[in-house]
Design a protein around this ligand. Structure first.
Ligand SMILES: Cc1cc2nc3c(=O)[nH]c(=O)nc-3n(C[C@H](O)[C@H](O)[C@H](O)COP(=O)(O)OP(=O)(O)OC[C@H]3O[C@@H](n4cnc5c(N)ncnc54)[C@H](O)[C@@H]3O)c2cc1C
Length: 312
């Protein structure tokens, strides 16, 4: 029988940070991650000053600085009359007076490398937790399936569900989530960024629409807010209508909206917002999106997941 002290299910920000902190404290920890790598669809990349400070405290600040990233010092709102600064991170106390935009896979890779340097840390990729193991009502580990088609059981003193906003473990444990209605969904797409374009993050809202563009160096990661449930109807209006709407909202993007070739370039995010009433049951703790699914608005999800790990 396989055994560890702490079994962490999910190698996202919550799971990787928790595992690193536990391993640094000498606790035997095994992370099960169902994917073979950290490369996934765009999952957000806003690393806040609180997380940057934590990386410093863990001695990882210098490593983080080597990862390609952009620093954002202010956010601006697009008005008809021009750009209006609405947030200035240079006024935040502490050493990091900016947000850092770093691809989530690079950030997770950094945490994984730091973890692997610890003797009590194990990361098992392509290993999916399929069921909770229980004894006398208490969670005692998980059953898993590995990439080669094999399966097994990992027993642990504590199992931590960091398996994201569609957590199967929290459902399996019967933990109840309170859902908060969200009136919007988000379309994600990319547009090229040209020399001389505004830097940082720019947002525009109005007439039931919203667009946020995030400076990623040679491109903008763009979010277009739509009313919940209107994805199919709006797509039926055609890609040209969408391009025109984006150009009308942020006119200086009008010269490049053709870069959205067809609807395959536009990914739908079904936005959810919920929070568990109770985050734990005997032998099991839920952290990150598994405990409280976050919307992408404000770019707080990664950072709250990290803070969950620190608090735990
Ligand atoms: C499109 C989008 C954009 C976003 N933008 C931002 C942003 O800009 N800034 C920000 O801070 N937040 C953003 N967020 C939110 C942020 O991504 C999440 O809040 C954050 O990643 C939560 O971290 P987590 O570790 O709890 O869960 P996740 O990041 O969801 O990680 C869960 C992990 O568990 C793994 N997993 C799931 N089930 C199993 C299983 N059964 N067995 C093994 N492994 C499993 C998954 O593969 C995944 O790696 C965005 C989210 C989305 C969807």
């Amino acid at each position: 029988m396989e055994r560890t002290t702490c079994c962490v299910v999910g190698g996202g920000p919550a799971g990787m940070m928790l595992a690193l902190l536990l391993a640094r404290a000498g606790v035997a920890v095994t992370v099960l991650e169902k994917h073979g790598d950290f490369l996934r669809d765009f999952r957000g990349d806003t690393v806040h000053p609180s997380t940057l400070t934590l990386l410093d405290e863990l001695g990882l600040g210098a490593e983080f600085a080597k990862v390609p990233h952009r620093l954002v010092e202010q956010l601006q709102v697009q008005l008809d009359s021009g750009l209006l600064p609405v947030a200035d991170f240079r006024r935040i106390p502490g050493p990091h007076k900016h947000l850092a935009l770093v691809p989530q896979w690079d950030f997770l890779g950094l945490l994984a490398d730091a973890g692997r340097a610890e003797p009590t840390f194990t990361l098992r990729m392509q290993t999916k937790a399929t069921e909770l193991l229980t004894e006398g009502g208490a969670v005692t580990g998980v059953r898993y399936r590995s990439g080669d088609g094999g399966s097994g059981e990992l027993r642990a003193d504590l199992t931590v569900a960091c398996d994201g906003r569609r957590s199967v473990l929290r459902d399996a444990a019967g933990l109840r989530a309170r859902s908060f209605g969200v009136p919007l969904d988000v379309w994600w797409f990319r547009l090229p960024r040209h020399d001389g374009d505004p830097t940082g993050g720019i947002a525009r809202f109005g007439s039931g629409q919203g667009t946020v563009v995030i400076d990623r160096g040679d491109y903008f990661q763009c979010a277009y807010l739509i009313r919940k449930g209107t994805d199919a109807t709006l797509r039926a209006e055609g890609i040209e209508t969408f391009r025109r709407r984006v150009a009308a909202m942020i006119p200086w993007l009008g010269d490049r909206v053709e870069a959205v070739g067809d609807w395959d370039d536009v990914a739908l995010l079904d936005v959810r917002l919920d929070r568990l009433v109770r985050w734990s049951t005997e032998g099991l703790l839920c952290l990150g999106d598994a405990a409280h699914a976050m919307s992408p608005v404000g770019g707080v999800g990664i950072n709250l997941a990290i803070q969950d790990a620190v608090a735990a």
